[in-house]
Design a protein around this ligand. Structure first.
Ligand SMILES: [Zn+2]
Length: 434
């Protein structure tokens, strides 16, 4: 066994909780003293730093949301002087201003450490060539992963997103053994490999680490099969640090170990925001325990997950979180029913002849919502008899209805019709004016 941070990732619960509590107390005190918006919210809630005496007291603290970040745009929630900030990142919002995060030198070191730990969970070692296809720039994916690879001592290929054919050439020539990319870009790469007639035998790829967008287990299997790799989940978001908040290990078939010595997870009810018991699904909330420049308290991620009570076969004691099944943001309400694009994907990927490329279009006719699913079918199916296509259409409609409780229309389209993503896929076009 050659684990990064072996001692920390195998700590008994009580030992871990002691570390968490001492870090939490210091964090709350520092944030209260240094950041006016936090202090005001805590005063309003009648909470003082000394009220935090146990991990259960965490729930007394107010939540932080994306709106708080926007209200204090760009640097209002930083706890250090700007001269101590060595880097900023930003994520684009769908509306209005982006959210901005900052890092001290120590934060960058912490980030590289947690990312190196994540890579080690996937069995990455110094001998690996790591093909980093996450976008470089203001987005945290590219640079976050990059420094983790270097910290681990493996070789990073900073290829970033786009120029997909050239990526395949680099993979062949450099012997890329580890792929870091969004799930949809991994599929895009797989498809291009097929188109170019490149054999998987000519590639050295062994494992993929995929995150930054929700994807189904079925799509994961598709990536594994098409690229001939083991595909693992990684979780992170810029507001918390970037990639490297939680990582699936090789021994686990689902769930990602949360790096609880740095990031304290909670699951809350998405409607009432009350903390939920262990094992129940709800909105994921994070408190950072070790960040300097931009610590965050009880950040509502809008991601839907659950914490897994069972211990993992690998022997690590860090709790696991379930793969993200959707975002409260992505959740579509269609005729009063909650629908996640990942559920539609789950249906599609389970059907032979259907490709994992789809788009959901929602319209309103009068007062009635309609959902249309456009999905690519394989070449052989598309050139098949009309009857075959009709049956396939009916089957998708039936299975979507069974799983979601909502009826939809289905349009089968030719392979390569739906626009490919070079980052995050656009799965939903919502034409309703709500
Ligand atoms: Zn494990």
């Amino acid at each position: 066994m050659n684990w990064v941070d072996e001692e920390i990732v195998t700590l008994p619960r009580t030992g871990l909780e002691t570390i968490q509590l001492s870090r939490l107390k210091k964090l709350v005190k520092r944030v209260y003293e240094k950041v006016a918006p936090y202090r005001e919210k805590m005063n309003e809630a009648g909470i003082k730093p000394d009220d935090i005496q146990s991990l259960q007291d965490l729930r007394k603290l107010p939540f932080t949301t994306k709106d708080d970040l926007r209200d204090n745009y760009p640097f209002g929630l930083f706890t250090v002087d700007m001269e101590d900030i060595v880097r900023v990142h930003a994520s684009s919002g769908t509306t209005g201003k982006p959210t901005v995060v900052g890092y001290t030198e120590a934060d960058i070191r912490t980030w590289a450490d947690v990312m190196a730990r994540a890579l080690s969970f996937a069995g990455v070692t110094r001998g690996d060539m790591v093909h980093n296809a996450y976008g470089y720039g203001l987005f945290t994916g590219g640079l976050g992963a990059h420094y983790g690879v270097e910290r681990l001592g493996a070789t990073v290929i900073p290829v970033s997103g786009g120029n997909t054919k050239r990526q395949i050439t680099i993979m062949q020539d450099f012997g890329s053994s580890v792929l870091l990319s969004t799930p949809s870009y991994a599929l895009n790469l797989a498809e291009t490999i097929e188109d170019l007639g490149v054999s998987l035998d000519d590639l050295q790829l062994r494992v993929g680490i995929h995150g930054a967008e929700p994807w189904s287990e079925n799509m994961k299997e598709e990536v594994e099969q098409k690229l001939g790799i083991r595909a693992l989940d990684i979780y992170g978001l810029s507001e918390v640090i970037g990639p490297g908040v939680a990582m699936q290990c090789l021994e686990s078939d689902h769930g990602m170990h949360v790096f609880e010595d740095h990031f304290l997870p909670e699951i809350v009810d998405p409607d009432t925001f009350e903390p939920l018991p262990f094992g129940e699904a709800g909105e994921l909330v994070f408190t950072t325990l070790t960040k300097e420049a931009f610590p965050i308290i009880r950040y509502r991620t809008k991601d839907i997950s659950r914490l897994i009570p069972e211990t993992c076969a690998c022997g690590r004691t860090l709790v696991r979180m379930e793969k993200i099944t959707g975002r409260t943001d992505d959740m579509l309400i269609i005729r009063g029913v909650n629908v996640f694009p990942s559920q539609v994907e789950h249906v599609l990927v389970g059907i032979d002849g259907v490709e994992p490329h789809y788009q959901i279009e929602v319209n309103r006719q009068g007062s009635m919502d309609t959902m249309k699913v456009m999905v690519e079918v394989s070449d052989s199916v598309f050139s098949d008899e009309v009857k075959v296509l009709e049956n396939l259409t009916k089957r998708i409609q039936r299975e979507v209805k069974d799983l979601l409780g909502v009826s939809c229309s289905v349009k089968l389209v030719e392979p390569r019709t739906i626009q490919r993503s070079e980052g995050k896929a656009q799965r939903v076009i919502d034409n309703r004016e709500l």
